[in-house]
Structures are given as C-alpha cells and as structure tokens.
Write a protein that binds this ligand. Structure first.
Ligand SMILES: [Zn+2]
Length: 272
C-alpha cells in the first residue's frame, strides 16, 4: 500500500507532465474503480487544462481550468504510467483511465486490485469535502508544529501510536512511518497521546522530539524513493521483530505487538 512518501514521489513524477497540460482525449475503460467514477467523468475532463498538481495526505489533486479538481487515490495497487510521443502502448486489461495530453504525452492509470479512486469536486468546495475537509495538517508543512500536535493530543487517552494514525490529527501518516517516527523520537507507542502535552495543551519535550522525527522519516523516505538503487534495510523497526535495535549503543531487540488491529514494532528499552 503506497504511503505518503510514495504518493509524493508519484506527484513529483507527474507534475512536469501534467501541469499546464490540456486533456485532448480521455478514455475510461470502465465506469468504476473502488467507487463509480463521477457522472459525465470523460466530458468534464476533456478540453480542460491542469493548472497545478498538488497532494493532500494520500490524494493527488489536479486543479482544472473548469474550476473543478480531479481527486486521485492510488489505493493498494494503483500506478500512473507516462508515455511520450502520443502513441499509447497496447492496452493492459487493468488500464482503467487514459489521459492524452496536448503535449503528446499519455498518462495511464493502471490498478489491478481496483482500490484506487477518482472523483471530481469543485475546487472552491474542497474544504467542505467529507474526506479532504476533515484531514488534519500535512506533516511536512510548516503548519504541523509541536504546539499544534500537542494541542490536538491534549486530554486524549488513546495511545500515541493510534492517535498518529488518526487522519484528523495529522494527515496521511500510515503504520510504517508512525512506528519509525516513534522509534526515532524514543517514544513508546503505548504512551497516552495526552502525555505529549501539558494540561493546558502546551507541547512537552516528547512533542518537540516527535514532530521533527515525523518530518525526518518522511523526508528521508521521499529522498529514497527517487533512488531505486537504495532498498532493503531502510527501516529501523518496521518489520524487524527479533532483530537488533538500530539505535547506537542500544543492545535490545525489536518487538512486535498488535495495537488497534495493526502491528506495532518497537524497542522496549530506548522507547519510553
Ligand atoms: Zn533500542
């Protein structure tokens, strides 16, 4: 399942192709992905120019000249393929949506498992969108600070790990990067979320460590995604049960425990 760094990497790959480009031909090879495509999907896209390709959490957002935004989610197995030269390659049976651009480039959305989705929403109504509008701050934005995280965790009895997976607290974080960030910050995933804030919601030192740790693991993952040569051994705790902790001078081993239905990997010694 792609997480935020993978989606951001897809955005960076697509942006130079799509930004400023006009859709001259749009093909939808079926009427639904995870959910039905919006009404008149092809007609609403055709002839439109993309003014910008952004990202919110794990959604890609293509702002269109029509005043609508094309929302795209990769789901479990969705991927975009770009071909230059205007000649689409032979159709794979999982090529569901094909966008031919005035530049001659062809952008194809392929999704074998079909958990991906596309929707069209008025750009000025995005803030009121049931999913997009409810999202918390972007973790890599300047608005995601220890003060903001502490305020939102204040009084929460749920575990900090579970709170960080709540998209209303911080947008787009998944299991992998939450466990990595908690290890980086030396924080136990089982601590109450409220423990990173004072009674009035001010950030404690734990919040001061946690926010930079989140930004760091995401930034490193994005940098890595652009470098395919660098793979295995990239996580410090994720999927490393029984293996040595990678914190310098820590001699403990990584453990796994199920928390709210998801695997939590942690070091019982250096995460407190
Ligand atoms: Zn350790």
């Amino acid at each position: 399942m792609p997480e935020l760094p993978e989606v951001e990497t897809v955005r960076r790959g697509l942006a130079p192709v799509m930004e400023g480009a006009r859709f001259v031909e749009v093909v939808a090879n079926r009427g639904d992905l995870r959910w039905p495509l919006p009404k008149d999907f092809v007609q609403r896209l055709k002839g439109q120019t993309v003014s910008g390709l952004g990202r919110r959490a794990k959604y890609l957002l293509a702002d269109l000249s029509s005043g609508e935004t094309l929302l795209m989610h990769l789901g479990m197995s969705g991927a975009f393929r770009v071909e230059q030269g205007g000649v689409p390659q032979p159709l794979d049976r999982h090529d569901h949506v094909i966008l031919r651009l005035a530049s001659g480039a062809v952008v194809t959305f392929n999704d074998p498992r079909r958990f991906g989705s596309m929707d069209l929403v008025r750009t000025d109504a995005l803030a009121g969108h049931p999913v997009i509008g409810a999202l918390g701050p972007e973790p890599l934005s300047a608005s995601f600070t220890p003060a903001v995280l502490a305020r939102d965790c204040r009084g929460r009895k749920t575990a900090i790990k579970v709170a960080l997976l709540d998209q209303r607290i911080v947008a787009g974080l998944g299991n992998i990067y939450v466990v990595e960030a908690l290890h980086r910050a030396g924080l136990s995933p089982f601590r109450r979320a409220a423990a990173i804030a004072t009674a009035t919601g001010a950030p404690r030192p734990a919040a001061m460590r946690l926010v930079p740790a989140i930004k760091q693991v995401l930034t490193e993952a994005i940098a890595r995604a652009g470098n395919a040569a660098y793979r295995g051994g990239r996580f410090r705790v994720y999927d490393r049960e029984g293996q040595p902790c990678r914190r310098p001078r820590c001699t403990s081993t990584i453990r796994r425990r199920t928390q709210a239905g998801r695997s939590t990997f942690y070091c019982p010694v250096c995460q407190r």
